[in-house]
Design a protein around this ligand. Structure first.
Ligand code: PRP
Length: 182
């Protein structure tokens, strides 16, 4: 399918993201102070930029692991089915786990992933998402920490893609189509 032409308008600057991550890291350090069994789990692929910046602000002994779950494919419509495509490499039983996500949209992905991980009996299971779109929620899910609550806009950058492009933008941008289609 040919790509519709679009431009990207900056919505959240790299500087604003960095400042917010410092605040979030302070809260997380408070929650996990004293633990030496924290595993920070990034959900591939969208969280790879956020988790990289977040763990470097944590100043705690952490292990990093990754999990991949599918929800959207290449379309902007989310499917209801969530599948685990890549499991963790390490064990989490008895460990403190922080799941890092780029965006909570319908909530299906994090809801499914936290249920999946909780069956492995972690000591603590917490979630953080850089962005939250509460207007799109289809299941009752709330992350423990949120970077920014945003309206129902089509966002890209800082790890988030549009048809696998734009993940490398250092800021969060809003896609604006420039053709005449609705
Ligand atoms: C996106 C995003 C979240 C999820 C949020 O992932 O990164 O993981 O969808 O949607 P939900 O709250 O409606 O479930 P996607 O499946 O596009 O994969 P990606 O991370 O590889 O881009």
């Amino acid at each position: 399918m040919p790509q519709r032409p679009y431009v990207i308008d900056e919505m959240i600057s790299a500087k604003a993201i960095a400042a917010r991550i410092e605040d979030l890291a302070r809260d997380i350090r408070g929650e996990f102070a004293g633990t030496d069994k924290l595993v920070v789990v990034g959900l591939l692929r969208g969280s790879f930029v956020f988790i990289a910046d977040l763990v470097r602000e944590l100043d705690l002994p952490v292990e990093v692991d990754f999990l991949e779950a599918s929800s959207y494919g290449n379309s902007t419509e989310s499917s209801r089915e969530v599948r685990i495509l890549k499991d963790l490499r390490g064990q989490i039983e008895g460990r403190d786990v922080l799941v890092v996500e780029d965006i909570v949209d319908t909530g299906h992905t994090l809801s499914h992933v936290t249920h999946f991980l909780s069956t492995r009996n972690p000591a603590r299971l917490r979630t953080i998402a850089l962005l939250d779109k509460p207007a799109r929620r289809e299941v009752d899910f709330k992350a423990h920490w949120i970077g920014f609550e945003i309206p129902d806009e089509f966002v890209v950058g800082y790890g988030i893609d549009f048809a696998q492009r734009n993940r490398n933008l250092p800021y969060i941008g809003k896609v604006r189509f420039t053709d005449d289609s609705p």
